[in-house]
Design a protein around this ligand. Structure first.
Ligand SMILES: Cc1cc2nc3c(=O)[nH]c(=O)nc-3n(C[C@H](O)[C@H](O)[C@H](O)COP(=O)(O)OP(=O)(O)OC[C@H]3O[C@@H](n4cnc5c(N)ncnc54)[C@H](O)[C@@H]3O)c2cc1C
Length: 415
């Protein structure tokens, strides 16, 4: 985040987050990337010990009680050391715990949120199924009522932290006959009888974060573990898409930032034809573009965080801004990471520098938490709704009429 926009407290918070990123042992990052470690408990314990989990969550449950701007300050710094660690930082504390705080009973707040924010336990978020992630409301995981319990069966895949999680936020169909938005329930499921996780994917990047398959075979959970009640999953889903997508945007900025720093340093030292390569515009201009792109991405992210914090922006516009942040930041980061690699020549493609890992890691950002095609769909839908309902009725100059023949209605043919 931009330091000149931060308060003194926010600068302190950023420095705390930077300390955490500096604490991360290099061997942990490498062992995760080699998949020798499947779940880095030690990172979450350390983040919890430093009270850096749950930045926006109430202090009484162990959070910091701060806002979205503060959250993305920490998310960006969390992304610097490792994209995979930043994901785990966000999923449990920022997503699942927020769902419980907003929609769950006190028993769950005590059983899940309190230990998780201390870094003692972890909770995974389980939406995607083998049959598809984008078509979330077509979920095939089902739950049937049995007395005061529900019995869940189905499979989820690509679940970050499936390996290592003690709790799972599982979306299941509870009323198959109802319209899509009224048929799904968000259950908190402990790791109990019938729950099995499998670490089976050979991921291109973001390794070592326990991303796996979750199998639910006749898993019994009490009805009170349903967040927002039975068939109330839609509201939970919509709310969670904010931390999922804005959090992803912020940590992606953090993850690509070192690429720019490494490429800047390299291009000012590396010589070709007797000159530092930064002097060749083909190189120096690339770095200039990267810096500009990163600042633009950060500006969008920050503005979105401010919009949410203000509490004055309507839900549809927030949805659009969050989706714009996710799409723009992740595509920008991908472009930036590739430009940085290009700047480094052949050595950028090797593991002498971490650029190749950064490139592998952040490619995922355009796919998960809703693909960028889905982001585009949301932006399109929300923009047209907003334009129709709000913007077209605002008291602003009607520039459409500032044309010589603007009054020729017979020429304005629409069908
Ligand atoms: C490493 C990793 C970690 C992940 N972590 C989690 C996690 O913790 N929890 C979780 O629930 N999920 C997780 N995911 C899943 C991720 O969110 C999904 O992969 C993603 O939402 C896309 O779903 P899909 O893979 O089923 O692709 P599909 O939904 O099958 O989509 C395939 C393609 O079709 C396009 N498409 C589909 N529908 C439309 C449409 N209507 N308009 C335009 N284009 C469309 C998509 O954009 C995409 O390009 C993770 C994935 C990975 C790889």
């Amino acid at each position: 985040m931009f330091d000149f926009l931060m308060t003194d407290d926010q600068k302190k918070l950023r420095d705390e987050a930077r300390d955490l990123a500096s604490w991360v042992p290099k061997e942990l990052i490498l062992a995760m990337d080699r998949e020798e470690i499947q779940f880095p408990h030690e990172f979450l314990s350390e983040a919890g010990r430093r009270n850096l989990l749950g930045i926006r969550l109430p202090k009484k449950y162990g959070g910091r009680g701060l806002g979205w701007v503060d959250d993305i300050i920490v998310a960006e710094e969390a992304g610097v050391a490792s994209y995979s660690l930043a994901c785990l930082w966000g999923v449990g504390a920022d997503i699942v715990c927020e769902a419980i705080i907003e929609f769950g009973i006190d028993e769950l707040k005590q059983a899940v949120v309190v230990p998780l924010l201390k870094g003692e336990t972890f909770a995974a978020e389980c939406l995607t199924e083998p049959r598809g992630g984008s078509d979330f409301f077509g979920a095939a995981t089902k739950a049937r009522k049995d007395g005061s319990d529900w019995i869940i069966s189905g499979q989820k895949r690509f679940i970050v932290g499936a390996e290592g999680a003690d709790w799972f936020l599982v979306y299941a169909v509870t009323d198959p006959g109802a319209p899509p938005h009224k048929r799904i329930t968000a259950f908190m499921v402990p790791r109990t009888k019938g729950v099995e996780s499998k670490y089976i994917y050979g991921l291109m990047g973001v390794r070592g974060g326990g991303a796996g398959r979750l199998i639910l075979d006749e898993v019994r959970v009490p009805e009170r573990y349903a967040l927002n009640g039975i068939n109330g999953g839609y509201d939970v889903f919509v709310r969670m898409m904010i931390p999922e997508r804005l959090g992803t945007a912020a940590m992606t900025i953090g993850s690509v930032r070192p690429a720019v720093e490494i490429a800047t340093r390299y291009s000012s030292k590396r010589k070709a034809f007797g000159f530092p390569i930064m002097n060749f515009q083909a190189v120096g201009f690339k770095i200039a573009d990267c810096v500009m792109q990163l600042d633009a991405a950060r500006s969008l992210c920050y503005t979105t965080a401010r919009a949410i914090d203000s509490g004055t922006v309507h839900a549809g516009r927030i949805r659009r801004m969050v989706s714009q942040s996710k799409k723009f930041v992740t595509e920008t980061a991908w472009d930036v990471a590739n430009k940085c690699m290009q700047t480094m020549g052949g050595i950028g493609y090797t593991n002498v520098y971490p650029l190749e890992r950064i490139v592998r890691d952040i490619r995922l950002s355009m796919i998960w938490v809703g693909t960028n095609e889905i982001m585009q769909l949301i932006i399109q839908n929300e923009w047209y709704k907003e334009f129709d309902k709000v913007l077209s009725k605002e008291n602003v100059r009607d520039v459409e009429m500032d044309a010589e023949n603007a009054d020729k209605e017979e020429e304005k043919v629409y069908e």
